[in-house]
Design a protein around this ligand. Structure first.
Ligand code: NAD
Ligand code: ZN
Ligand code: ZN
Length: 346
């Protein structure tokens, strides 16, 4: 079968012929319906170096996956062949306390695992078939379209987890600022709208991303740049934001996030870069907390799927065949997409 693989760090992805996977005991093979192209893949392709991770290429890209159950290994029950499923993306040890409650994103033995997940060291979903090492990593989709559902496993799950930790701050009258309205950000805005009554201010550099933010339920759209902090201050009558979600994470957005946060706020950095912000007594408002988040839990994925089933959130999806995946990453890097580009190998 064809698979889009990263074959060496700092190189372009390659379409290669690889063997179809066979499920061993306890494992499941899915026929891939959709594999989302996440900006993190661009970091994998452009920024990672030997030694940065305990795992290395080659492996198939695609860590945001959904499909249909294709083959069950010995001992697997509870799934029918052809059943649509989402793949829970962060693969932990499955046995520690965090994994046992479905929080494999924060597995206690993460450092001992050979890789982080499908598309992150193990073969991912940018291929006709994908091997999932344990049935516990699958969640049934019911009547959800598995192509549109693929981004729910990361582009929605990651912001959902980031928002949920701050829900007590998101009271009516509060303000949430979302910076970077791409794959994650457009779901982040919808999730804020679905989960709370706070005012939502979206920030991006691109007009089309800001339009998608407004269509997704943002109250205000602010162009990222020198005047953004002042505009947000005016919109909040000088009070500032209760929650800032930074889906970019570069120096400029970290600084913007800290400058618009009010005392007793959460600044949550979801975007990945090597930038840093000097945390200290005088650099953030009193009792503002700064945290990064990584992905979300399996129970949270089930909650996200429920929101999609209820029609409260919808992924804005652009579909592409597997052969076009290399160009999709070039276009993602050039900022050409709104919402999420999803590869559909079957
Ligand atoms: P994306 O490319 O789809 O969207 C990024 C958006 O940010 C674009 O709309 C772009 O115009 C905007 N942007 C870029 N620079 C900006 C700036 N200076 N100010 C405001 N907006 C700006 O990316 P994505 O797939 O949504 O991923 C977003 C980030 O989140 C990436 O860094 C990715 O690696 C990271 N990520 C983190 C996790 C996690 O668990 N922490 C999970 C998935 C993705
Ligand atoms: Zn991702
Ligand atoms: Zn674990």
């Amino acid at each position: 079968m064809k698979a889009l693989q990263i074959t060496a760090w700092k190189s372009a992805p390659q379409l290669r012929d690889v063997a179809e996977p066979d499920p061993g005991p306890g494992q499941v093979v899915i026929r891939v319906a959709g594999a989302g192209a996440c900006h993190s893949d661009l970091h994998l392709l452009h920024d990672f170096e030997p030694g940065m991770m305990p795992w290395n290429p080659p492996f198939t890209l695609g860590h945001e996956n959904a499909g249909w159950v294709h083959a069950l290994g010995d001992g697997v029950s509870g799934f029918d062949i052809g059943e649509p499923v989402a793949v829970y993306g962060p693969w932990g040890c499955g046995r520690c306390k965090r994994c046992q409650v479905g929080m494999e994103n924060y597995c206690e033995r993460a450092a001992e695992q050979p890789a982080a997940g499908g598309g992150l060291g193990y073969d991912g979903g940018m291929a006709e078939f994908m091997l999932v090492p344990a049935a516990r990593l699958l969640v049934s989709l019911g009547d959800l379209d598995p192509v549109a559902a693929a981004p729910l496993t990361d582009a929605a799950l990651t912001p959902y987890h980031a928002i949920k930790r701050s829900l007590p701050r998101l009271t009516p009258g509060a303000t949430a600022v979302a910076i970077g309205i791409g794959g994650l950000g457009h779901m982040g805005v919808q999730l804020l709208r679905a989960l709370c009554a706070a005012r939502i201010i979206a920030v991006d550099t691109r007009a089309e991303a800001l339009q998608l933010a407004l269509d997704s339920g943002a109250d205000h759209a602010v162009v990222s740049g020198d005047s953004a902090a002042e505009e947000i201050s005016e919109l909040t009558k000088g009070v500032g934001a209760d929650v800032v979600l930074d889906f970019v994470g570069v120096e400029a957005t970290l600084a913007l996030a800290a400058s618009v946060a009010r005392p007793l706020s959460d600044i949550t950095v979801v975007g990945i870069s090597d930038a840093s912000y000097p945390f200290g007594f005088f650099t953030v408002p009193y009792e503002a907390s700064m945290a990064t988040t990584y992905w979300g839990s399996r129970p949270e994925l089930m909650e996200v799927l429920e929101l999609a089933r209820l029609g409260r959130i919808q992924t804005e999806v652009h579909r592409f065949p597997l052969v076009e995946a290399p160009q999709v990453y070039e276009r993602l890097a050039a900022g050409e997409f709104t919402g999420r580009a999803v590869i559909t190998p079957n």
